[in-house]
Design a protein around this ligand. Structure first.
Ligand SMILES: *Cc1c(COP(=O)(O)O)cnc(C)c1O
Length: 426
């Protein structure tokens, strides 16, 4: 009986509710196994994963190459701290910098830590290289951004749920409208103490907002003109998710060549996390060239676990999978197909108003007011029908499956999604 009890979903949910802080509102499904594009709940029911742990599992669940690298390294050496060298970190640093085309990386663990790291590097660069007077550096950010959950990061969020009652807030940030070049130009012209511009190439959490085609390129040009660092937060959009190795890349076909050749927009500081480990382990990092990264000296920044040997081995394997399995191309091709199929459905739908996205980072907008339960109820019905997705903001549902999906599987998922949406049509 005890064994059966342990297996029931309700038991696991009750335990989390009783003993865990209520900082999330999960869909009522309890998962115990994953493989590729599939996950299984404790009762053995199989689902397509259409969230991929917010795009951390781009390489698919429990990829054998990544898990293999992780277990092999875990049996050798797991942690030394950076008080000593380890034989994996340098190898990884050489690999990852040549993969993305930067001089150096500063390794961390979570996305929020990497964002914090980028902000610190940017400020220090501003004082030591740009010559901004002490404590006056400003960093421009965008409305409706999502960069993580630390006190500094939520200081420049405008999501009341993320912010309220967590003050006092960190100073030094200027908020402008996303996808608005004039707003950026005005901010750059009005203040002479701007150090950086922090931006998501696509606003994922906000509801998969894709900016206009030339936005990033022109924003980068404006930053160059004002000697301001362009900081790309590609924690969610990076590593093949949007059909390119990075969302800031142009039309380079990254998986064959790597993207260091012809990036459309080359960020001064690139922030990566999530899929950097394929979801196997918390691995994040900040990449920049020497003239910027050299402002960081011993004692300025660090992390006990950042750059540990397991993280290093896992990240190399995870990036090799992206390249060897051509996941960027697959995401580009399947993304086109997904949006075309959904757009065809939407033509005759009154419950869904539009589909948008790039590669396999997509969302549908439900035709109902922000506070309605419809998107949540659709996600619960999708779950019943064997596909897991989650609403982002109110009436928007994000669809982001692992990038190892096949065309047949994607079409099967489109059928599940459209059949489910059909149940909600008036
Ligand atoms: C998820 C995310 C983060 C934060 O990453 P954590 O690992 O959850 O701290 C930062 N920026 C973006 C764009 C993200 O999607």
């Amino acid at each position: 009986m005890a064994i059966l009890d342990k297996k029931s979903s309700q038991h696991s949910i009750d335990l989390e509710n009783k003993y865990g802080a209520h900082n999330y509102h999960p869909l009522p499904v309890v998962l115990s196994k994953g493989e590729g594009v599939y996950v299984w709940d404790v009762e053995g029911k199989k689902y397509y994963d259409f969230l991929s742990a917010y795009s951390a599992v781009n390489q698919g669940h429990c990829h054998p190459k990544i898990v293999g690298a992780m277990t092999a390294q875990a049996q050798q050496l797991t942690l030394t701290s950076r008080a000593f060298y380890n034989d994996q970190l340098g190898v990884y640093e050489q690999f990852v910098t040549s993969y993305f085309g930067f001089d150096k990386i500063l390794p961390m663990n979570t996305g929020a830590e990497a964002v914090e790291t980028a902000l610190k590097i940017c400020r220090k660069w501003a004082y030591e290289k740009k010559g901004i007077p002490e404590n006056e550096a400003q960093i421009i950010v965008c409305n409706n951004n999502f960069h993580g959950r630390t006190t500094t990061i939520i200081s420049f969020s405008n999501d009341p749920v993320a912010r309220a009652n967590f003050g006092p807030y960190t100073e030094g940030f200027i908020k402008i409208e996303y996808d608005n070049l004039q707003a950026l130009a005005t901010a750059l012209e009005t203040h002479d103490t701007i150090a950086g511009f922090l931006v998501e190439p696509i606003q994922g959490e906000a509801g998969v907002y894709v900016p206009s085609d030339t936005y990033l390129k022109e924003a980068k040009a404006l930053c160059e003109k004002h000697n301001v660092l362009f900081i790309a937060d590609e924690v969610q959009t990076g590593i093949a998710r949007t059909g390119r190795l990075l969302a800031t890349c142009g039309n380079c076909s990254c998986p064959e060549k790597n993207c260091s050749g012809t990036p459309d927009v080359k960020p001064d500081i690139l922030i990566l996390g999530k899929a950097l480990s394929g979801g196997a382990y918390p691995v994040s990092g900040v990449l920049a060239n020497d003239p910027i990264m050299e402002v960081i000296r011993p004692g300025n920044h660090g992390s006990t676990f950042g750059g540990n040997p397991v993280a290093a081995a896992v990240a190399i394997a995870a990036l090799e999978v992206v390249r060897d399995e051509q996941l960027a191309v697959n995401a580009a091709v399947l993304g086109e197909l997904f949006r075309a199929e959904l757009a065809a459905y939407i033509e005759t739908s009154s419950i869904v108003s539009l589909v948008r996205g790039k590669g396999l980072l997509n969302a549908i907008v439900i035709n109902d007011h922000e506070e309605s339960e419809t998107a949540w109820n659709i996600c619960v019905a999708l779950k019943e029908n064997g596909l897991l997705a989650k609403p982002t903001h109110g009436n928007i549902i994000r669809f982001a499956p692992p990038l190892v999906m096949t065309k047949e599987e994607l079409l099967d998922c489109v059928r599940i999604i459209t059949d489910t949406l059909q149940q909600f049509e008036p």
